[in-house]
Design a protein around this ligand. Sequence first.
Ligand SMILES: *Cc1c(COP(=O)(O)O)cnc(C)c1O
Length: 431
Amino acid sequence: MLYFSTNNNAPKADFKEATIKGQAPDKGLYFPETVPVLDKSFIDNINKYSKEEIAFKVIQPYIGDLIPKAELERIVAETINFDFPLVKVEENIFSLELFHGPTLAFKDVGARFMSRCLGYFVKDNNKKVTVLVATSGDTGGAVANGFYDVDGVDVVILYPSGKVSSVQELQLTTLGKNIKALEIDGTFDDCQQMVKQAFADGDLNKQLFLTSANSINVARWLPQQFYYFFAYTQWADKNNPPVISVPSGNFGNICAGLLAHRSGLPVSHFIAACNVNNVVTEYLETGNYSPKKSVATLSNAMDVGNPSNFVRILELFDKEFQSLKNVMSSYSFSDEETKNILKEVYLKDNYLLDPHGAVGYGALKKYLQQYPHLKGMFLETAHPVKFYDVVEPIINEKVPMPSVINDLFKLTKKSVKTKAKYEELKEYLLA
Ligand SMILES: *Cc1c(COP(=O)(O)O)cnc(C)c1O
């Protein structure tokens, strides 16, 4: 399998090169030349396969022979070694809980897969790879955990001091070993700017082998298809495929679902659930795509004004507006609405949503009101405890802490305080 750049101005790359580079040299996103189609008999008999077998079958065509079978089987098995339960919330509405991984959010899947692939690809390098990543919260923990103790890879995470939640900060500062956290005296934008400058610094790149672990990397994007298939194995009414609502920010997660559907996964319809950062909702209404500055909301992992994976969605539909509209709808919710949904579902169904899942539930509910004969699921992308400071005042109750979080609070934060100046980052990296 080869990947082309969505900007069409860079050489094609195989999975190894696309994983190591992250972004194509023309600043486009890598996209598979063809979308593999799964046998109908595989889909019809999907419940006869283990989740490891399903995941391997889905991802293997994207990798070809660049990773030997036994090695890829190990990588896949380690990536998905936790549960992906589909839980009934009310009649016709189910929650696909994607928060049972080590950092309690769906980003664990992509980060665990990418880290292991990169670890495999750099195994025989004589030079260590340094993964540089800026985080506004969730990505840092998933990347730290995914890359922890991977041989040949050092990880440096930049995060804005005082601007991530306490759980998020502990997740990215307490591991040690090959994971280093730089606590930047500045904003997320400063962190991102420093990382960008490092990638553009020719002198630094001569001395270090730098790469990025952000969400546009194919090795983070493609494995997100896995749990759409796992959900289907748990879907009882195979004659009536689910409507799937995906809380969306950079649109990588929903784009992976659309890709799975293109490969043959039965889905009735997709819904992009957005907060007030609604460029895609507006696009589907008007046909005009106009990026905006992002606005801060309660579902902060979805505060994106110009979703990076949107070009991949256009690519998947050959830029045909109507064919995309036939498969995907979108709704947008304010923080006030999000709070009301969260509270109502907790009181009525005794199910606690996180703010992202609340937007997902709300969008699904709205669609099903129009199409009452259908059933659906929303992706619950994070555990509510990750956002307990937001959730507790809404429900007026304490959120019980899972043991992984309790254990986190026993660990000591280790970070290097750094000014928001590129020279300080460079000095640190070279030391
Ligand atoms: C990252 C994230 C999202 C958004 O996912 P995209 O793939 O960027 O659309 C939604 N919810 C949570 C909890 C996240 O961490």
